[in-house]
Design a protein around this ligand. Structure first.
Ligand code: FES
Length: 487
């Protein structure tokens, strides 16, 4: 039997072949992989990736494990859904299987009928029609019995895709077009935030209704009860709460993606998880937000920290995709909150976060090459942005330059781990000694064409000015420049 047309979404193709989504998108852009309505035909996939072993998900696991290691935590945890969700996914898959089987039975009937009709035609015609019909029947028989060219690989691919659809389902957000996967029992909201997509929300536990969205297609299941009451009219229009539901099948939802201006100021009482000395002058403060009150912020934003009347403003150095964990880098300066940290702020002490503030945030829809530049402690917001870009998987390539004195690259190993984990990630530590203008020039000299790039740079004003002027002179679009002064 010849294989029927079977189309797969680009995100799932990326997972099946163990490549980042941006790499698949580039192949489509370069004409190496063709799509139909944004979907990839299974036969095209088999043609373009002749060497992929579809029998196991080794490639996918390998990439996920490397990424998890690079993040230093289990951001990409891949858990089984609970048995109720699993049962519903299997039921849905069973329905598809039943539909395919009944279609095949129907085809069988049609072929039998066709055979009878051909016999009738042969009987009523002369010797020539008997020969023609016999030839045609033989050909049909041969074609139906012959195994399709790539039967084994096609079967393995379909089997692997089915397993993936049980383990995780795909969500497409309208109108933004963002796509992400939901693993295990995650709610739609949790999965979106993990994937770096800042969907609108408030309480994250079913009380406020801010995460209300519309289910356009597919099926969902309530996994957390909610106190917020959805009106009958809303329900009739497909309204769901993203913080309460998990998808059973691939779904399309209509939901708002927030920008910096949509995020309200919050007061979050956190606890110190650890104070880690990064070097003699700098500490990484690791805070944990309460389960029911995670800090809503975008990568690249800053917050005010206060404890016992001491106060200071810092950039968040962690990614919003990290759930309740918040990391900030605090310089020793004997004043305010810094003094508090270096005078012995300890595990489980309370720290109040107020914020977030700032517009130094990622352009979510950009598929262009991204250049990140940090001058010394400008690394904190850049670190958050890099991790956000890694979760989004949309940037065509990433370059990270970190300018500091010889002891100043205090998380050098982490940056090297990112470069090892991702094919299109280049990390270059640079010495600050030559001065702002010379360093800016050295960075820009490595990029012949900036017309299609986005630059995110954090550092002192003089350095940012030199970098921006040089980049614009080399063709960077003014829309591609994102600078944040960090003293
Ligand atoms: S975020 Fe408040 S109800 Fe979902």
């Amino acid at each position: 039997m010849q294989s029927m047309a079977h189309y797969l979404p680009v995100s799932r193709v990326a997972r099946l072949v163990g490549q980042p989504r941006s790499a698949i998108q580039r192949m489509i852009h370069d004409g190496e992989l063709s799509t139909f309505d944004g979907m990839v035909d299974m036969n095209e996939l088999l043609r373009v990736f002749p060497d992929v072993q579809w029998e196991d998900d080794g490639e996918f696991k390998r990439v996920e494990e490397i990424k998890a290691k690079a993040f230093g935590k289990r951001v990409y945890e891949r858990a089984l859904p609970d048995k109720e969700v699993l049962a519903e996914r299997l039921y849905e898959l069973g329905k598809e299987f039943a539909a395919a089987k009944s279609l095949l039975l129907h085809y069988d009937e049609v072929f039998r009928f066709l055979g009878d009709k051909l016999d009738d035609v042969a009987e009523s015609g002369g010797a020539a029609s008997v020969d023609a019909v016999a030839g045609l029947k033989q050909w049909l028989k041969r074609e139906l019995e012959a195994a399709p060219g790539e039967a084994e690989r096609a079967e393995a691919l379909l089997a692997q895709e089915s397993v993936m659809r049980i383990m995780s389902v795909q969500v497409t957000v309208q109108p933004s077009g963002h796509e992400f996967f939901v693993e295990g029992n995650d709610t739609l909201l949790e999965a979106a935030l993990r994937a770096g997509i800042p969907l609108n929300y408030g309480c994250s536990n079913g009380n406020c209704g801010d995460c209300k969205a519309r289910l356009v297609s597919g099926q969902v299941k309530k996994v957390h009860p909610h106190d917020y009451v959805l009106k009958e009219q809303d329900k009739a229009n497909g309204a769901i709460l993203l913080c309460s539901y998990t998808p059973i099948t691939d779904v399309v939802v209509e939901a708002n993606v927030s920008g910096a201006e949509d995020i309200p100021e919050q007061e979050i009482p956190t606890r110190v998880k650890a104070v880690e000395m990064l070097n003699e002058h700098l500490a990484a403060l690791h805070l944990t937000a309460p389960r029911s009150q995670r800090l809503r912020f975008l990568a690249g934003q800053r917050v005010t920290l206060s404890a016992d009347g001491a106060e200071g403003e810092y950039f968040v150095a962690s990614c919003p995709c990290e759930d309740r964990h918040i990391e900030l880098h605090v310089r020793r300066d004997n004043r305010g909150f810094s003094r508090k940290v270096f005078d012995g702020l300890g595990k489980d002490d309370g720290v109040l976060i107020t914020g977030p503030r700032g517009r130094f945030v990622m352009k979510l829809d950009s598929r262009r090459p991204v250049i990140f530049v940090a001058w010394e402690e400008g690394f904190a917001p850049i670190k958050s942005l890099v991790q956000h870009a890694m979760s989004l998987e949309t940037a065509e390539s990433m370059h990270l330059y970190w300018v500091a004195d010889k002891d100043g690259h205090y998380q050098d190993n982490l940056c090297r781990a990112w470069a090892d984990a991702l094919d299109d990630f280049v990390y270059q530590p640079l010495d600050r000694a030559p001065g702002a203008a010379a360093v800016a020039e050295a960075i820009l000299a490595r990029h012949a064409d900036l017309a299609r790039a986005d630059i995110y740079a954090a550092g002192p004003d003089a350095f940012l000015k030199a970098l921006e002027a040089g980049a614009l002179a080399r063709g960077l679009s003014p829309m591609g420049w994102h600078g944040e002064i960090v003293l």
